[in-house]
Structure formats: structure tokens, C-alpha cells
Design a protein around this ligand. Structure first.
Ligand code: ARG
Ligand code: ZN
Ligand code: CA
Length: 233
């Protein structure tokens, strides 16, 4: 098998005052990514969620901080059209995860490009205040990065971006009717099955999402195998 996969990360901080996001916040964000991708957190699952206990897994994907670039830029908000990536292009996206940290606007927490896309726009964009210690509560524990890196590694939203019959191409994630928000009680039932509201690829509060499944792990790791979209990493 592939064993441990290690992904080096470049941060591009683009803000009127780029020092507003501190090195200690970036280190905390790295710690959250490493923890979320390497802890199954089964102890946090509600009693009764026995199927989910079996599904929850570590991914054996690690992240290392390879460099931080700060750009003072007076742009008030950047939208989701990749403009921030055009202004500050990714560095060696074939081998590095590029993360832009900026004000996106419109209440958007982040966006990502799926594997196999244009290398000029490859990477993840995060709302600056979503980093640990930021002001975007209840989305300020760093799990927007976990969610967006999930997309970057080929994961779809857990409800498949559609109604009950829409697929996220992962067998062990239950189908759902749409996104869940807040901190749903267990069980939350849609489409005749219990929603995995605590999955990182749902839309719940940062404190209420804490697992990937075996199927998600396999889907992510598959892109690193020979011929896969991120094999060059
Ligand atoms: N809405 C964003 C997306 O679809 C991110 C959602 C992140 N959720 C969170 N609890 N941080 O990519
Ligand atoms: Zn998403
Ligand atoms: Ca599924």
C-alpha cells in the first residue's frame, strides 16, 4: 500500500494587513488538519451510532508546513472566482497543497478545486476568520480547512449535492436530503436512513463534525496511486 502520505503546504495570506493571521494560528490550523485526518474520534460519537463507530477512520494523510507568504492587499473581499489565485499564483501545485487565506465575502467559508483541474487554480481558499481563534464562530475551529481539503482530495458533500438519490460516490456514507446545519441531535433521519451529520463533508458547526469514513479514506487515497490525479505528490 501507500503507507503514510505527507502533503507539504504553502500558505498565502492575502489581507489588508497580512499579519492579522498569526503564525500561531497557522500552526494551530496545521495541527487541526493533522488531527482530523489522523483521529477517528469514535469517542465523540453518540451512543447508539454503532454503524458510524465502525465507519469512522483515520486516513494516514499528514500535512507539513512548507512555507508562509504574506501579501498586504487592500482588496476588501475576493469572491469565489479564483481571482486571489490569479493575483498570487500557486507554487508547485504538482507537489504542494496551496492554501490562500483571505476575506472571501458573501458569508462563504471556503472553496476548493477537485483533483484533475487546471494547475493554475489548484488548491484551497479559506476565509481568514475561519482559522482557529478567528471570529467566524461557530466556524472558527479550523474545520473549514478539513472540509475543503476533503474536496481537494476528491470528496463530495456527504449528501451528494442533491436529494436522496444523489451520490457522493462513497458507499458507507448514508444518502441524505441535503446539508445539515448547526449541531443536529442524533438520530437525524432523512431518506429513510440516519444522516452522518458529524461527517466533515456535511455543513454542521465545526465542533459537531469529527469524522471521515473508510470509504472516504479510500476515495482520497486512490488519487495518490499510480495514474491517479495526485500521484505526482
Ligand atoms: N460551505 C463551504 C463549502 O461547501 C464550507 C463549509 C465548512 N463547514 C464548516 N463547519 N466549517 O465548501
Ligand atoms: Zn463543501
Ligand atoms: Ca454515500
Amino acid at each position: 500500500g501507500l503507507g503514510t502520505i505527507t502533503i507539504p503546504v504553502y500558505f498565502h495570506i492575502v489581507l489588508p494587513n497580512a499579519n492579522d493571521v498569526t503564525n500561531s494560528q497557522l500552526q494551530s490550523q496545521m495541527n487541526v488538519l493533522n488531527s482530523d485526518f489522523n483521529s477517528s474520534n469514535t469517542n465523540q460519537l453518540p451512543s447508539g451510532a454503532t454503524n458510524f463507530v465502525n465507519d469512522a477512520t483515520t486516513t494516514n494523510i499528514n500535512f507539513t508546513l512548507a512555507g508562509t507568504y504574506r501579501y498586504n492587499n487592500s482588496t476588501a473581499s475576493w469572491g469565489t472566482n479564483n481571482a486571489v489565485k490569479a493575483a498570487y499564483p500557486p507554487i508547485t501545485p504538482e507537489t504542494h497543497l496551496n492554501i490562500w487565506v483571505c476575506n472571501i465575502g458573501g458569508g462563504i467559508l471556503g472553496y476548493a478545486q477537485f483533483p484533475g483541474g487546471n494547475s493554475n487554480t489548484d488548491g484551497v481558499v479559506l476565509l481568514h476568520s475561519s482559522l482557529p481563534g478567528g471570529s467566524a464562530a461557530p466556524y472558527n475551529l479550523g474545520r473549514t480547512a478539513t472540509h475543503e481539503v476533503g474536496h481537494y482530495l476528491n470528496l463530495r458533500h456527504i449528501w451528494g449535492d442533491g436529494r436522496c438519490n444523489q451520490d457522493d460516490f462513497v458507499l458507507d456514507t448514508p444518502s441524505s436530503d441535503g446539508a445539515n446545519y448547526g449541531c443536529p441531535s442524533y438520530p437525524t433521519i432523512n431518506c429513510k436512513s440516519t444522516d452522518m451529520t458529524m461527517n466533515y463533508m456535511d455543513y454542521t458547526n465545526d465542533s459537531c463534525m469529527y469524522m471521515f469514513t473508510d470509504g472516504q479514506r479510500n476515495r482520497m487515497r486512490a488519487i495518490f496511486t499510480s495514474g491517479g490525479a495526485r500521484a505526482s505528490m
